[in-house]
Design a protein around this ligand. Sequence first.
Ligand code: LER
Ligand code: MN
Length: 272
Amino acid sequence: MIRCSVTVSIVPESRGGPFVFHGDLASGLAAAAAAGFDGVEIFPTHADDIDGFELRRLLRIHGLELAAMGTGAGWLQRKLCLTDPDPLIRAQAQDFIGAIIDFAGGHGAPAIIGSMQGRYGGDVSREQALDWLAKALEQLGPRAHALGVPLLYEPLNRYETNLFNTVDEALSFLGQLRTRNLRLLCDLFHMNIEEADIAAALRTAGPRVGHVHFADTNRRAIGLGHLDIAPIVTALQEIGYDGYISAEVLPLPDAATAASKTLESFRILFPR
Ligand code: LER
Ligand code: MN
């Protein structure tokens, strides 16, 4: 069954970014549950900054699941990424992501590699950057597998990375890895910029789709932009997708409206 989740960020620097609820976990989870979401996608500052017992308690009292956990604060706050020319920074990036894989995996949820993939340029060739990225994923993929969860890799639009912008490119890169534990995070906001046909890209990815960021063309809640969502819903149903559709959207015109509009669209598009 496709479930709906919502983003909760505890990273102060992420204000202004595509996260519906900001601030502390207790109020974010309470707001997510009150709105009617099935799960939450948490954007932490670091795995160590969240108390696992407290998170388990909050998830239980609110009847929520942990849908996924983002790793982008490693880039936002610490300027870490897996393709930095400095080997120490790359190692720290891998440790940062690894700790979130372990934490999220302990709650049955996958971690996301989005902005932590970095980019090539300067003294770093594309070939070199992809080699570093592949080596990191070969370690991180099995680490997630050991916890029984996939690892999510997110192709981003051209303004955020120059590594992979489309599902097709990302699939052929992931297909060359020894680890089979990577799944794609398909973010409709990025796909609207980069894909010729979003529904066709989802069909090509098929069972490799592991998570979906549910955002309209302007990165507002689905229904507040001009995305043609019907063929996307049909494609997700045709590939048998049964993971999370997660609202990684701007809290506009305000968080409560972004949340309620997302759920309103979700319930119409995916009736239970
Ligand atoms: C992360 O999921 C993402 O989509 C990037 O644009 C970073 O915000
Ligand atoms: Mn995204």
